[in-house]
Design a protein around this ligand. Structure first.
Ligand SMILES: Cc1cc2nc3c(=O)[nH]c(=O)nc-3n(C[C@H](O)[C@H](O)[C@H](O)COP(=O)(O)OP(=O)(O)OC[C@H]3O[C@@H](n4cnc5c(N)ncnc54)[C@H](O)[C@@H]3O)c2cc1C
Length: 485
């Protein structure tokens, strides 16, 4: 059987889901094909969660334009999609004359990009904004914010799905050819046909380009490693604090970012690697994070560290080349009914919706797309028990006693929230999927108490055999071997 659509989006990261949502505002049939078991298992679930303001990006680039646009509209988007978000502002702190010159140049670039409110501030203002952060002077960016990248990615997908987009998981695209006015796609043992393909495959988007017959794109994976600090440390930092970036090191420099839930991230480092799925964290980088993080946050203590993780940048510039490469968002003569997105690295989270609008604009250059009269941009997430007043909690428990059973003690996540994460449309299929949707296992004990209970709830609700429950990717089975009698 062949599944037929007008538009097929490859990849269910933040960009693929933003594209699907934007297309679902038009009268077209849409499917999203994702190689993993769930949403957000690529770079979209492995980043700093910062809504960038747009001063780091080259004036005139798509990165600069889309970042500024994505930043300015985000209060409305967070409200529409019920995404936890805070406009915290951000400090880039400096110590030397060189740093000061770099900050002035960065401010000039930001002003030219249309970033509002940038100012160079002295020590006193740093103390007011972030009393525990070191620095002689800084650039203050009031528009920068922090958001929950997992919930944003899930919310975009849920809204696209509500407006008609179909989702297929465990569906890696392995073959594409064009025949009789349609693309024929093989993915996960199924066959699809579509008039349009939108390549949002992140770290694999160069491979999908090649399958589309588009030559000339090569991605270089560049890993960024992080430490996550306990909420105990969160009280010391309410605003992201960055060093002045060193162009030789790449990236924005090792920074401290409060998460929307009250932890702190230290990182990311920047190191080119061979494989695009090697998420290892390494001792030498952990030592570097402690050293560099401690420079701008002298109160850093080892007892705060609760976990580490890594994300991988899909870079279009190799380790020997250096320099700048813009987002590629193109329609090429080799594949006239494909919109090809390559090199969507930072600030891709911030830019996802402007990128999606650009995709629809490129399709509209070829054919008119009528609006979907039933499109509803609003998505409502489930209540987060931990953030409610006692009165609100009591009311919820009366409606549904599962709100009275705590599954994750560190984060106060209830059984009702875990069940909702599993059972809502496009619900979690794996243990990590539950974690991304409602935060159990993200606290101090990192799942020591709740992981087995979540595994059992997932097994029951999905009617799985014990050995079928996955932690995240294919092969990450929670249980293997022979059961003891
Ligand atoms: C360390 C780090 C920190 C960052 N911090 C920020 C930040 O603070 N703010 C910001 O704005 N941006 C940040 N970014 C950038 C941002 O995270 C990315 O630009 C964004 O997540 C890219 O989204 P995506 O959907 O293109 O890619 P992904 O999230 O990687 O999604 C691509 C999807 O395609 C799927 N896929 C791949 N191949 C196939 C196939 N053959 N068939 C089917 N599916 C396939 C993958 O499984 C994946 O789910 C950061 C990036 C990194 C690495």
């Amino acid at each position: 059987m062949e599944h037929q659509y007008d538009c097929i989006v490859i990849g269910a990261g933040v960009v693929g889901n933003a594209v699907a949502r934007q297309l679902s505002a038009c009268s077209v049939t849409i499917a999203v094909l994702e190689k993993e078991q769930d949403l957000c298992f690529g770079t979209s679930g492995r980043n700093s969660g910062v809504l960038h303001a747009g001063f780091n990006n080259k004036t005139g680039s798509k990165m600069a334009r889309f970042c500024v646009e994505g930043n300015l509209e985000f209060d409305r988007i967070a409200e529409e999609l019920d995404v936890p978000f805070k406009r915290t502002g951000k400090l880039i702190v400096g110590f030397s004359d060189d740093d000061k010159n770099s900050l002035r140049a960065m401010k000039a670039q930001g002003d030219a990009n249309g970033v509002p409110g940038l100012e160079i501030v002295g020590k006193e203002r740093i103390r007011e904004l972030a009393p525990f952060i070191a620095g002689e002077f800084a650039m203050y960016s009031p528009m920068t914010g922090i958001l929950n990248p997992f919930i944003y990615t899930v919310a975009l997908a849920e809204n696209a799905h509500k407006n008609g987009a179909a989702y297929f998981f465990a569906c890696p695209v392995t073959d594409i050819f064009y025949q009789d006015g349609r693309y024929r796609i093989t993915a996960g043992g199924r066959n699809f046909a579509s008039r349009w393909i939108i390549n949002c495959a992140g770290l694999e988007s160069d491979k999908i380009s090649a399958l589309l017959g588009i030559k000339g794109h090569k991605l270089y994976p560049c890993r960024g490693e992080y430490f996550i600090l306990d909420k105990k440390a969160g009280q010391y930092l309410g605003i992201p604090a960055y060093p002045v970036p060193n162009p030789r090191e790449g990236g924005l420099g090792i920074h401290l970012t409060p998460t929307i839930d009250g932890n702190i991230l230290i990182g990311p480092s920047s190191k080119y690697i061979e494989e695009n799925d090697n998420y290892s964290v390494t001792q030498d980088i952990m030592d570097l994070l402690i050293k560099d993080g401690g420079r701008i946050f002298p109160y850093l203590k080892r007892e705060y560290f609760i976990r580490n993780f890594a994300g991988i940048r899909p870079k279009l510039v190799g380790p020997q080349e250096g320099g700048f490469a813009d987002f590629v968002i193109e329609r090429r003569s080799e594949a006239p009914y494909a919109i090809n997105l390559v090199g969507i690295e930072s600030p891709g989270l911030t830019s996802a919706l402007p990128i999606a609008r650009e995709v629809v604009r490129l399709i509209r250059e070829v054919e008119p797309l009528k609006p979907n009269p039933g499109f509803d941009p609003v998505r409502k997430g489930p209540p987060a028990f931990a953030g409610l007043t006692n009165g609100q909690r009591r009311a919820l428990i009366q409606q549904n006693p599962d709100y009275g059973e705590i599954i994750c003690r560190c984060e106060n996540i209830t059984k009702a929230e875990v069940l909702e994460a599993i059972n809502r449309p496009l619900g979690a299929a794996t243990v990590t999927g539950v974690k991304y949707r409602c935060r159990p296992m993200m606290g101090r004990c990192q799942g020591g108490y709740c992981q087995t209970r979540i595994t059992e709830l997932l097994r029951q609700e999905k009617k799985l055999a014990v050995k079928e429950v996955l932690y995240q990717r294919k092969g990450s089975n929670m249980f293997t071997g022979v059961a003891l009698k």
